[in-house]
Every structure is written in structure tokens, then in C-alpha cells.
Design a protein. Structure first.
Length: 208
């Protein structure tokens, strides 16, 4: 029986669903698809004391129309990376494992890439390195035609479409549990157990 290969986009610090897919399924990451604004391709979600907050990487104006992820350029004149770093400091400073991973992540903020694709890959590789996860990205060489295993549309939708098993979060008592946030939320709260959590998540209700 041939193993299914699921099509995923390349996200910015992908969410829990994205990483559960990488752990459990065979996936190909399409970097030749058209860029879709206001999606996980340049956005991640974290939990603060005021609830879920969206952090977005600004792209250069005029560059986002009919361009692939591969061609998208980050607007380095904005101080977005400073805002993202400070937000994570504020939101996760009291989490169990933030201090263990903070220095490695800070290197990303100090040297952001001009290419959105390159930066997103660096984010993934940094996570894989510090967590000691063997999760190489299978990057497409050309546009991947849609089929029944295409999960790219899921990453276009606003709101939470994946309900994951509850784990403890810093502001859980105040805001309630927020499912399917950025992988950073998971590793800051669970640390080395994050990989076990991802391997054990049930995906059957969300994929064929």
C-alpha cells in the first residue's frame, strides 16, 4: 500500500497541527504556491494575558500579488522582529521551559532574512535543532497540483479548525485553553515532552 503524501504550506513557526503532521505523516511542503495574505505563511498565534495574539511578518508592498512563497520578501524596515521577541518574552517568561530555548531563538530575531521562505525554514530548523527532532522539510521543486491530500486550504482559514488535547498553558486559568497555537507555545510549556505529545495526537478527524 502506497503511503499518502499530504501537501502543506510553509508556515511561520507552524502550529501544533502542522507539526503533528510532520511527526506522523509523509508530507511535502509547497513553496511554489501563490502567497496568501493574512494566513499562517507569515503569521503565528501565541497566548498572552489578553488572549490569543496574532504576530505577523510584514512583506514588501507590491510583492504579495500573484507571487509564490518562494518569491516573497520581508520588509526589514519595520521593527516587527523586535515586537515579536518582546511579545514572547512577556508572554512566556514564566513558562517552564522558555529560558532553556530563549538564547537560540533570540539569534533569529537578531538576524532576520529578507526572504520569507528562507526565514521560515530557519525557524523550523532552529526548533528541530533545539528539540533534537529529526524533522527535515520535504521542500517541493515545483508547484504541487491539488489532490485529495491537499491540506493547504486549512492554513488559509481564520480561527481554530483543529482541537488538540489540552496541556497546561501560562495564562490558561485566565483565558482558558487555546488549541493549535504556534509550536513555540507547546515547547515553552511542555519542553522535551512536546515531541511525545505531537506523536500521540489524533489526526483522523481532520485528514482522509
Amino acid at each position: 500500500m502506497i503511503e499518502k503524501e499530504y501537501i502543506l504550506p510553509l508556515p511561520y513557526f507552524g502550529n501544533v497541527f502542522f507539526y503533528a503532521m510532520l511527526f506522523q505523516k509523509k508530507c511535502i511542503i509547497d513553496v511554489h504556491e501563490n502567497y496568501v495574505k493574512q494566513t499562517y505563511r507569515n503569521r503565528m498565534e501565541v497566548l498572552t494575558d489578553k488572549g490569543v495574539l496574532k504576530l505577523s511578518i510584514p512583506v514588501r508592498k507590491g510583492n504579495e500579488e500573484a507571487a509564490s512563497i518562494r518569491d516573497m520578501q520581508i520588509n526589514l524596515q519595520d521593527r516587527w522582529h523586535v515586537i515579536h521577541q518582546r511579545t514572547l518574552d512577556t508572554a512566556y517568561n514564566s513558562s517552564p521551559f522558555y529560558e532553556f530555548y530563549k538564547d537560540d531563538l533570540d539569534k533569529l530575531w537578531r538576524t532576520p532574512s529578507e526572504s520569507l521562505m528562507a526565514f521560515n525554514i530557519r525557524c523550523h530548523n532552529t526548533i528541530s535543532d533545539i528539540m533534537e527532532w529529526d524533522l527535515p522539510l520535504n521542500i517541493s521543486e515545483q508547484y504541487v497540483e491539488s489532490n485529495e491530500n491537499d491540506l493547504r486550504p486549512i492554513f488559509n482559514k481564520a480561527g481554530n479548525i483543529f482541537i488538540a488535547q489540552e496541556y497546561h498553558q501560562v495564562f490558561m486559568e485566565k483565558c482558558g485553553f487555546a488549541s493549535n497555537l504556534s509550536i513555540l507555545d507547546l515547547i515553552f510549556n511542555l519542553g522535551p515532552e512536546a515531541g511525545i505529545y505531537l506523536r500521540n495526537l489524533s489526526l483522523n478527524d481532520y485528514i482522509q
